[in-house]
Design a binder for this molecule. Sequence first.
Ligand code: EPU
Length: 340
Amino acid sequence: MHSSDSLPIQHNLDLKPYNSFGVSVIAKQFCSVTDADMLPAVFDHARSKNLPVLVLGGGSNMLLVDDFPGLVIHIRLGGVQCNKSSGLVKAGAGEGWHQLVLKCMNNRLHGLENLALIPGSAGAAPIQNIGAYGVELNQFVHSVGVYDNNRGVFNRLNGEECQFAYRDSLFKREDGAGLIITDIILQLHRDWQPNISYQTLKEQLGTDSPDHQQVFEAVCRIRTSKLPDPKKLGNAGSFFKNPVITLVKYQQLQQDLPQLPAFPATSENEVKIPAGHLLDELGWRGRKHGGAAVHNSHALVLVNAGNANGREIYELSCEMRRSVLDRFDIDLQTEVTILP
Ligand code: EPU
């Protein structure tokens, strides 16, 4: 058992290295958690000092707008165990997502190839149910280990209990507010067939029967050609979700935008449309606001083009959102979590 007194608390720490936008904000207190058993004491400490709490993983899907007047809990729980015969893979929440994909492939456990190069930690992956090139994480989630801060207990939730949806899960909602992810267990397979349903991926591959390595390499090529590397140019991937609209609304939009693509949504009466197309139509690509900019190769990605602060990135996103609402009557929802 850990006590509050023995916690490695740092004071007035700049969070610049801890968020992929690379914006500088100061956390009043900061504590790296390297052992799940530290969590009860960390929360006790925050309660006793009356500090609000921010749980941070890889910081790759978060926009920090202002200094944080509370305790940042940085999840650094490591460890990966691959069981080759059952296909079950357990990863500590602080493991890097891409490293996990590589480790699974090296153990000949497949399914995650399409999710290669997604920035962030394994523990953050279920929060927004990461997805790319026709595959979503929820297809592989066996269970998620959590510390339930409301009840002060450790628990394990199965896939259904996580309530996964498009870039959404229980962990993003009020019901899941007190749940801190400590590990994930994925069910992978040795004989998994590659998924090449995504058109761009199919075109990039040039074969209908690729092996896992070819899919992995093609996904890496597409991502690196379109999406900026956060280590070189601060960003958090897609800033907005792709909107889900009714078929009727889609037909109306097509009169204005005949080239607008549509992808299947959960309901038959709805489709998902690329927000990047709407933003391109409004000429957002490459536009700047202070140190913030819209990426030159992808209108859905906001970047820190040089010493941007969180407010500039936030203001730019508000302008983009407003222009889409004015022109297309669609209110884009952010994919990135904005704080405060
Ligand atoms: N498009 C444009 N202009 C742009 C960008 C895109 O017109 O500047 C249109 C094109 O029609 C293109 C279509 O959007 O064919 C789809 O573009 P892309 O394949 O780049 O995918 P996306 O819909 O923009 C989504 C995810 C990405 C994921 C890719 C591939 C969301 C919010 N984003 O982007 O996820 O990598 O599909 O599956 O669902 C992320 O979540 O951070 C992320 C990068």
